[in-house]
Design a protein. Structure first.
Length: 202
């Protein structure tokens, strides 16, 4: 049953924009809007407590408006790295945060972006050394340099001592780096299905 649920979650692709806040060690926090947003985020249990969502999204959009002229190409060195998820509106991630995996709660969630290798790994870690990861390729949108396009190639499920299980690819989409400094990254994300010619003929 749980395997069927996990496969279903990997295929629940959304056409609605989701919002996410990530953290990485180091770097100052400037201004008053970002610290206020982070304060709401820290009390939201990664988005599980939705009563903060209106305030968070409002501040998110204000920061986005203030930084809409920034160019991601100048800040790729900051985007590159392993980011810890602090808050999200993505229902698939919130599903795991709520229910865990076979009774084991989530211990941490990361997004690992490698600009040089053009790869992305969305990783959910659970207690008991369990892991659910979705891996793919990325490229910078040439018409919109704050946007990174992604195509997921595979999903992996690890539940020791069982063999690692590979699950179907889960589509493609993009995320917009609304704001990034040495410590925090704010992203809006759209995930959608768009079968490749190979997929369409299978």
């Amino acid at each position: 049953m749980w395997i069927q649920v996990i496969i279903s979650v990997t295929l629940l692709l959304s056409s609605v924009i989701t919002y996410e806040v990530y953290a990485m060690g180091g770097g100052p926090v400037r201004g008053d809007k970002l610290p206020k947003l982070i304060s709401f985020v820290e009390n939201s249990q990664r988005g599980m407590i939705t009563s903060y969502n209106n305030e968070i999204i409002s501040l998110f959009k204000t920061i986005e408006s203030d930084n809409e002229s920034s160019r991601l190409s100048k800040r790729l060195v900051l985007v590159d790295g392993k980011w810890e998820l602090l808050w999200t509106t993505e229902k698939e991630t919130l599903f795991f945060l709520k229910y865990g995996l076979f009774g084991k709660p989530v211990s941490n969630i990361y997004q690992d972006i490698n600009i040089d290798e053009k790869t992305i790994n969305n990783q959910i870690l659970f207690e008991g050394d369990r892991e659910f990861s979705v891996l793919g390729d990325i490229n910078i949108d040439i018409d919109r340099s704050t946007r990174i396009n992604f195509t997921f190639q595979k999903a992996l499920l690890r539940i020791p001592p069982l063999p690692q299980l590979s699950l179907p690819p889960v589509g493609r989409g993009w995320f917009e780096n609304v704001y990034v400094n040495e410590k925090y990254r704010l992203s809006s994300c759209l995930l959608y299905t768009s079968p490749s010619p190979r997929d369409a003929h299978e």
